[in-house]
Design a protein around this ligand. Sequence first.
Ligand SMILES: [Ca+2]
Ligand SMILES: [Ca+2]
Ligand SMILES: [Ca+2]
Ligand SMILES: [Ca+2]
Length: 345
Amino acid sequence: GGGAGATAGSRFPLEAQDADLGPNSLQSYELSGDEHFSLAVQAGPGGDQRPELVLAKALDREEAAFHELVLRAMDGGDPARTGTARIRVTVLDANDNAPVFSQAEYTVRVPEDLPVGSVVVSVTAKDADEGQNGQVKYSFHKISDRESELFRLDAESGKITVEDGLDFEEMSSHELEVQVTDDGGLTDHCEVQIDILDENDNVPEITIISLSSPMPEDAPVGTVVALLKVRDRDSGENGQVSCELSGEITILSLSSPVPEDAPVGTVVALLKVRDRDSGENGQVSSQAVVFRMCWYANTSGSSETCTCQGPFYSSGNSQGSAGMQGAYPGAVLPVSARHSLRESM
Ligand SMILES: [Ca+2]
Ligand SMILES: [Ca+2]
Ligand SMILES: [Ca+2]
Ligand SMILES: [Ca+2]
């Protein structure tokens, strides 16, 4: 039969015998089958006929794995007698097909909070060959160091899973090149584009650019107390912030008699910033601005003077700061401070 690697024009000798002599002996051959095979008859040295099966057209196992042929040998007698032989040609596989990805480009969109271990996308390739020749393995062809930490590709299944926390703010899309290889080293490539969708995973950051402290007790209404900068690393709605002052800047009552050895008092301004789309899911960050207030009697002893020292900052969640705020009820610092804060943001 025709073996792997047989090319058109290859010849395979056949043989038929007829015990008769002269015209009653073997005269002619006939082959029926398909266009892949033809018959050639060579004259032997003694005038005998030597049939050969000729491969007329290249074989392709993927097109036809078997070929059924019938060889007929006829003698010259009257009536002519015929002998037939069935020839079954089995085509052995050669690795003549490269694997082919089902898509040249895969595009997926995943949220940045996709849990580690989740499947991002599965790539698949088909190889028309059989056995080892058709076995494929997947691998990243081009990948950055960071992306090789973020993504894992299963060589057998083609599944790409996330292995580390995705972060829209770090990288909003990833382009990976994947290679598939069969056992004989034939390859194909595809592009995998992973777009990361923004989630509201960043709290607004509050930076105090300047703060007037110490602040005189007779500071006029409208005095700018602090300049703040607010930034949210998220995009779109997730990154839009509005500011609100939660609670008030409270100050210990000045009318209270303050003993000379009055302990150091503390005033807390709790600055709280909330996402614009706050609601239940809005990220909140807050910063407590702590003024330390020192009390002492002036030289005349008839009135008290107050100065503020600090500031001392502490940041944390609103609950933590609320406790500090609640501990110091008292007179309210000019409410217009609120407007000043707004304007300066
Ligand atoms: Ca192959
Ligand atoms: Ca093949
Ligand atoms: Ca945000
Ligand atoms: Ca985000």
